[in-house]
Design a protein around this ligand. Structure first.
Ligand SMILES: O=C(CO)[C@H](O)[C@H](O)COP(=O)(O)O
Length: 231
């Protein structure tokens, strides 16, 4: 069911795509539906678009399904990014990075005039933070960066267990050659403040709080799609 909801959200967002657009393509299972549906529409309508993928996985998928790919070097200003999310609240604030692509996702979303999030209803939350917050860090100085994050959270009265994301027996490595800490916070009362604080820590490359980037969302539920913000 969840997969069908993800597909329906992707299909609704596809209506926002117009000929000639420069698009950002997200990463994850929901974004995968969007890329596949976009490929089908390109083939059916000879739709002319160019797309910047947010991960190597999405790049490979786009090439496989006939979606034209470019880079931010060639197209530094995009019209629209369509991406999934791990959590979204009613103010269109997001947690992203469950798939490990948060850095490129944030760069691409920031380069876009609009960002539409596509999600099934399970991602729509009252308060962000039940999903562990991904924080991408450089491998150099890992223990010191970890200590700085723990110290920052402690000073703010937040208790967390912080885990280095693993892939098998090794640390998970992002497309940018970095590692990810997942911060189990339970609830994030002041996402803007936490985002600003995390960004100040040397060694933190990016965090998964996306604030002020999402302009609209399609939340798919069994009884239909809810639209948040503007598509
Ligand atoms: O942020 C992401 C990848 O870094 C994804 O958008 C997020 O994890 C949601 O994935 P899915 O659509 O598979 O639930």
């Amino acid at each position: 069911m969840s997969d069908e909801l993800k597909r329906r959200a992707a299909k609704r967002a596809l209506q926002a795509v117009r000929p000639g657009m420069k698009l950002g393509l997200g990463t994850g299972s929901t974004a995968e539906h969007f890329v596949r549906l976009l490929g089908e529409r390109i083939a059916a309508e000879s739709l002319e678009v160019v797309c910047v993928p947010t991960s190597e996985a999405t790049r490979n998928l786009a090439q496989e399904v006939g979606v034209p790919i470019t880079t931010l070097e060639h197209e530094p200003a995009l019209d629209l990014t369509v991406d999934g999310a791990d959590e979204i609240d009613s103010q269109l604030r997001l947690i992203k990075g469950g798939g490990g692509a948060l850095l490129r996702e944030k760069i691409v979303a920031s380069a876009s005039t609009r960002m539409i999030v596509i999600a099934d209803e399970s991602k729509h939350v009252g308060t962000l933070g039940r999903f562990p917050l991904p924080v991408e860090v450089v491998p150099f100085g890992l223990a010191a960066t970890r200590r700085a994050i723990v110290s920052l959270l402690g000073a703010r009265g937040l208790s967390t267990s912080l885990e280095l994301r693993q892939k098998g027996n090794d640390p998970f490595v992002t497309d940018n050659g970095n590692y990810i800490f997942d911060l189990k916070l339970g609830a994030i009362d002041e996402p803007e403040r936490l985002a600003a604080d995390l960004s100040k820590i040397p060694g933190v490359v990016e965090h998964g709080l996306f604030i002020g980037l999402c302009s609209g969302a399609v939340i798919a539920a069994p009884d239909g799609e809810e639209i948040l913000g503007q598509l």
